[in-house]
Ligand binder design. Structure first.
Ligand code: AMP
Length: 249
């Protein structure tokens, strides 16, 4: 089966986020960028399917500025066969991403598309669900295990009361949770090989998608810092503070 994975370029998870002085967003200049961690898990799952012979082709797709080529190259170095970049400098909201991914799906006709459950920059957790709705395909979100049998994808997902397993007919959309796998590091020879793998580039106009934002960001602010804690002498002092300061008893 042919598998697409969506890989987003985000601020690296180790970077301390700084808000711009004009409160219009977060600083991205001179900041280390990486593949969204949930998307690394999506690529790893696709590569394992490729190695097991379940997948015949794995395509890494990224949407955003030209620098997203690096993110795609990381996916290619992990084992994807080729890449697709939808190049745009626009700020993409999840609905625009889902529409662009649908346009790519219409071109490529994959059997499965794997996304991260959320991007760690916007924490939206919307794109996979919107894409499944636009395509009219079944969706298995927050997958912690994936198995294929009889033309179906069995997706195990964590829910409040335990684990739920869904059997999806394909084509389908799957989003990854942390427990699905542990992504590999790309080896140096594979990084070199990835440089020769093809990346097709499209514009949003080529795909006929209007990406004009529907939301207006009014202000971005740092969360309030936490006050320092105090060490109390005994339980009596705690009870007293709960009564007089916190006023909870
Ligand atoms: P979100 O709904 O924004 O939290 O993103 C969920 C998932 O959608 C991400 O983990 C990616 O797999 C995919 N995605 C979102 N934005 C992009 C993008 N610009 N390029 C590629 N994939 C994306």
């Amino acid at each position: 089966m042919k598998v697409l994975v969506a890989v987003k370029r985000v601020i690296d998870f180790n970077v301390k986020i700084r808000v711009k002085s004009d409160s219009s967003g977060v600083e991205t200049g001179n900041v280390k960028m990486s593949m969204n961690p949930f998307d690394e898990i999506a690529v790893e799952e696709g590569v394992r399917m490729r190695e097991a012979g379940t997948a015949s082709e794995l395509i890494a797709v990224s949407l955003g500025p030209q620098a997203c080529q690096e993110t795609i190259r990381t996916g290619l170095a992990m084992g994807a066969d080729r890449g697709i970049l939808v190049e745009t400098d626009a700020d993409l909201e999840p609905l625009a991403v889902a529409k662009l991914l649908k346009a790519v799906v219409d071109k490529e006709n994959p059997d499965l598309i794997i996304l991260g459950k959320q991007a760690i920059d916007d924490d939206c957790n919307q794109t996979g669900q919107m894409l499944a709705a636009l395509l009219g395909w079944p969706q298995g979100t927050f997958a912690s295990n994936l198995a294929f049998a009889d033309g179906k994808a069995d997706v195990t997902r964590e829910i409040d009361g335990g684990l739920e397993t869904l059997s999806l007919s394909m084509p389908a959309v799957i989003t990854t949770d942390l427990r699905l796998n542990e992504p590999r590091y790309a080896s140096l020879p594979n990084i070199m090989k990835a440089k020769k793998k093809p990346i097709d580039v499209f514009s949003t106009d080529d795909l006929g998608v209007d990406v004009t934002p529907r939301l207006e960001i009014l202000k971005v602010e740092e969360p309030q810092g936490r006050e320092r804690g105090v060490i109390l002498a005994d339980a009596a002092e705690l009870v007293e503070k709960l009564r007089t300061e916190a006023k909870v008893i």
